[in-house]
Design a protein around this ligand. Structure first.
Ligand code: C2E
Ligand code: CA
Ligand code: CA
Ligand code: CA
Length: 278
């Protein structure tokens, strides 16, 4: 067995080395991407479940790579988190979302709430409240910004995380709890932290309404969130059956390919005009 273990180690060694090299290359490329502004945000519409009117969008980052084309976040966010580059990348995303949202307002678009994903690594940076404060425009054109955080941020359980959340919230920024149900947060977290919206993870929506246990889980999440005065957004809505099921349960907002895929800023503006709030 020892022999086999040794062989296996030898077998994997070259592979691991290649992996490490690929990672270093990716890190280098991500730095270049930041400097040369190769990132873009796409906007996935979020609509009110009852009216189908657009209420906002989730900003989703893409890497417009000079050779590889559009690279999905799944291919680089984790490495960016590991090497800390997620902090400047996330700051760029916040700034870009605010800039875009103000540009839409100035073009006459009715106010929309733009949700930006904030990594736990980024959230734990002490400088975040100050960054958020300085990038928010004054007065009229004030962007309606929402931060999407995951349960891991709350599960820190620290008073620091809580006070940071409240400080940022005082700037008029709301919070969505992303991927809800996949982590381990409990009701007490939802009560304690200033969360506004719960986003039901796509994995629970996928088999609704046919799968009875998923269907009752989704129903329970909606009722629980409402009893705590939170709104609910369902992610990954792909079918008319899912849409009707969620709407009938009182789910507030819907997001998913049925409603609209993540769109370029131009495409999203057209979507928002066609599905205007009033
Ligand atoms: P997420 O926050 O859960 O975002 C939703 C993901 O589900 C997006 O993938 C979206 O395109 C996809 N999606 C939306 N509707 C549907 C649907 O109906 N069916 C299916 N199959 N998929 C749907 P995307 O854009 O590839 O993003 C993946 C993840 O990358 C995001 O998951 C988020 O965790 C992360 N991410 C994206 N942008 C940022 C960012 O600016 N900062 C950070 N820290 N993370 C980001
Ligand atoms: Ca999200
Ligand atoms: Ca999500
Ligand atoms: Ca997810």
């Amino acid at each position: 067995a020892k022999q086999a273990g040794k062989n296996r180690a030898q077998f994997y060694a070259p592979h691991m080395q290649a992996d490490a090299l690929a990672r270093i290359q990716l890190e280098t490329d991500l730095r270049t991407a930041l400097e040369q502004e190769q990132f873009v945000l796409h906007y996935q519409p979020i609509v009110a479940a009852t009216s189908g009117r657009v209420v906002g969008a989730e900003a989703l980052i893409r890497w417009n790579h000079p050779r590889r084309g559009m690279v999905a976040p799944g291919e680089f966010i984790e490495v960016a988190e590991d090497c800390g580059l997620i902090v400047p990348i996330g700051e760029w995303a916040l700034r870009e979302a605010v800039r875009q949202s103000c540009a839409w307002r100035e073009a006459g678009q009715s106010p929309l709430r733009i949700a930006v994903n904030v990594s736990g690594v980024q959230f734990r940076e002490p400088g975040l409240p100050e960054i958020v404060r300085t990038l928010l425009p004054e007065g009229e054109g004030r962007a309606q910004l929402m931060l999407e955080i995951t349960e891991s941020v709350l599960m820190d359980g620290s008073e620091e995380a809580e006070s940071r959340m409240r400080e940022i919230r005082d700037y008029g920024i709301a919070y969505a709890l992303d991927d809800f149900g996949t982590g381990f947060s409990s009701l007490s977290y939802l009560k304690r932290f200033p969360v506004d919206v719960v986003k039901i993870d796509r994995s629970f929506v996928r088999d609704c309404p046919d799968d009875h246990s998923d269907a009752s889980l989704v129903e329970a999440i909606i009722n629980m969130a409402h009893s705590l005065d939170l709104s609910v957004t369902a992610e990954g809505v792909e079918s008319v059956e899912q849409r009707d099921f969620l709407r009938d349960l009182g789910c507030d907002f819907l997001q998913g390919y049925l409603i609209g895929k993540p769109l370029s800023p131009l495409e999203f503006a057209a979507f928002a005009r066609a599905n205007a709030p009033f």
